[in-house]
Design a protein around this ligand. Structure first.
Ligand code: HEC
Length: 190
């Protein structure tokens, strides 16, 4: 049974028209059994979105800055060149705006801090007054994986400033990072 709104009905009709043999029509209609009235799961916001961005599945910030914000290990590429690891975010003195900017743009020079905002370095979002065209190849880290939206960058800064910057890791934040069932935070239980 197809349950749908007008949009879905149009889609189902299109699917039926596209499927030429009559046997296939039934299959196409059955495969279209999708409930458009069911609300999508709510998108995370605030600190819960921020910690999700920080973890491996989205921004993968932990790779260079450590799950607890204490900093990463030195990187070596295949040619044996070494790169400075991410600095401890627990010791960062940056403001919220400065953090948003470095996460959006990455860094100039040999630093491996990647760019995360897709439009950074374009005329609509110059970085340190420059666009990509004004920076020679290899002199900025650039996009490293999938880009983040601005609200995701703002959320990860909220996470950094709440859980790491100038802070000791708390049980509450550890459980937010690893999940409520995790034993990884047991040493923080009093
Ligand atoms: C590939 C390694 C790498 C990844 C991944 C990475 N960073 Fe960085 N990050 C760095 C390095 C290296 C620096 C130091 C940049 C410099 O000043 O030269 C840095 C600097 C920073 C700073 C500035 C800290 C300070 O006070 O100087 C912030 C904030 C930051 N990163 C946040 C993030 C966030 C959030 C993510 C994920 C969305 C992330 N980083 C992913 C390597 C990384």
């Amino acid at each position: 049974m197809i349950r749908c709104t007008a949009l879905c009905t149009a889609g189902a009709l299109a699917a039926l028209l596209l499927a030429a043999p009559s046997a296939m029509r039934v299959t196409a209609a059955q495969e279209f059994d999708f409930d458009f009235d069911k609300p999508a799961p709510p998108k995370l916001t605030g600190i819960e979105l921020g910690v999700q961005v920080y973890r491996p599945e989205l921004g993968n910030c932990q790779l260079c800055h450590g799950w607890n914000g204490n900093g990463g290990r030195q990187f070596e590429d295949l040619a044996g060149r070494t790169y400075d690891p991410g600095p401890p975010l627990t010791e960062s003195t940056m403001t919220r705006e400065e953090m948003i900017e470095i996460i959006a743009c990455g860094k100039l020079g040999t630093s491996i801090m990647p760019q995360y905002l897709e439009n950074a370095w374009k005329p609509e979002h110059p970085c340190w007054g420059k666009t990509a065209a004004e920076v020679p190849d290899g002199e900025r880290a650039g996009l490293w994986g999938a880009p983040l939206y601005l609200d995701e960058i703002e959320a990860v800064v909220l996470w950094i400033q709440t859980a790491y910057q100038g802070k000791q890791m708390s049980l509450e934040h550890c459980l937010l990072y690893f999940g409520p069932e995790s034993r990884g935070c047991d040493t923080l239980r009093k």
